[in-house]
Design a protein around this ligand. Structure first.
Ligand SMILES: [Zn+2]
Ligand SMILES: [Zn+2]
Length: 342
């Protein structure tokens, strides 16, 4: 089978390897479609804090069960599936308290300690596999994972009906968070990005106001427009120095800030403002099963426009072109899907 392995920063090698055999409680999946995630791009550039090549990337995927191990009861060949890619120990404090997304011994398929789905076949534990309902295409199913990230962030934020919400960053996660925040009853959603085509997309997907902080003074504009009421809840879907400091400056007393984007480097924050304004800064990592099943449901019921985020398709053999397209930033890119097998 063909697999694309990241062997060094910005170097992917296409290799022909043996198709793996599933163990007792594992399944072998023929991968159909796998999306390129922001974190794959961090890894590709050699900037992901926890990813070290050589590794096969890819964790946003859909496929078909090809073979099952002897102990597998719930799946059989031909089942259409998606995979929740966090592999957890089930024994640590957080696993035992329902928060396995922050398992002490967390491995992530295609990211940390486990080869991913830019590969024609992949073996995964049965308990991380979910059947796809009829009517969801393999392309749409590849968006379930990033959608689960947004569902988890909104759930964890404790967003209330009628909250005024600000989202920093209109990439895939920002645009999915926008849609989920609206479904959760936001009074108003404001979203920022430096790229006008992304803001355009955000408007089409239900943003009430879009702001390009390169063209307008974001902090001033928000304070002027929303005065004392200000913003109830901020989702930082970028996670860089600039966006975190924007969030802290924009926050009124008592605002909650969700850190959803993966910071590439250490960021300094003004703790005096956190203390003085009783700000809450909360991290959000991946998802748990209920977020994942909710994401499948939202896609199936077409409450989320998954396909409208897809801008490009590539074959597995052209994966390096796909990564270069995203990193070069010359084209209008949102979600890029790799058609791994036909
Ligand atoms: Zn992802
Ligand atoms: Zn654990």
């Amino acid at each position: 089978m063909l697999q694309a392995k990241l062997v060094a920063p910005e170097k992917i090698s296409l290799e022909n390897v043996e198709i793996p055999t599933p163990g007792k409680n594992e399944v072998l999946i023929k991968v159909k479609v796998c999306g390129i995630c922001g974190s794959d791009i961090h890894s590709y550039k050699g900037k992901h804090p926890f990813v070290h090549p050589p590794i096969v990337l890819g964790h946003e995927f859909s496929g078909v069960i090809h073979r099952v191990g002897g102990g597998v009861k719930n799946f059989s060949p031909g089942d259409r599936v998606v995979v929740e890619p966090n592999i957890v120990c089930g024994k640590c404090y957080n696993c035992l308290h329902g928060r396995y997304n922050i398992c002490t011994n967390l491995k992530v398929i295609g990211c940390v300690g486990y080869d991913g789905a830019f590969s024609e076949y992949i073996v995964v534990p049965e308990n991380k596999v979910l059947k796809l309902p009829d009517g969801i295409s393999f392309d749409d199913a590849a968006l379930v994972e990033p959608l689960a990230v947004a569902v988890h962030a909104v759930r964890k934020s404790g967003q209330k009906i009628g909250d005024r919400v600000l989202i920093l960053g209109a990439g895939t996660i920002g645009l999915l968070t926008l849609q989920v925040a609206n479904l959760a009853g936001a009074r108003e959603v404001i979203i920022t990005d430096l790229l006008s085509y992304r803001l355009e997309k955000a408007k089409n997907l239900g943003a009430d106001k879009v702001i390009n902080p390169e063209l307008e003074d974001l902090v001033e504009l928000i304070h002027k427009e929303y005065g004392k009421e200000g913003i109830d809840l901020i989702y930082d879907c970028v996670g860089i120095d600039k966006t975190i400091s924007q969030a802290i400056q924009i926050a009124r007393k008592g605002t909650r800030i969700m850190v959803v984007g993966v910071p590439e480097e250490k960021i300094r924050i003004d703790l005096s403002l956190i203390q003085d304004r009783e700000l809450e800064i909360i991290g959000s990592l991946m998802y748990i099963r209920e977020d994942f099943t909710e994401a499948i449901d939202l896609v199936q019921k077409e409450k989320i426009k998954a396909d409208s985020l897809v801008t490009h398709h590539f074959k597995l053999k052209d994966i390096e072109k796909a990564f270069r397209l995203v990193t070069e930033g010359k084209e209008k890119v949102l979600k890029v899907l790799i058609q791994v097998t036909d």
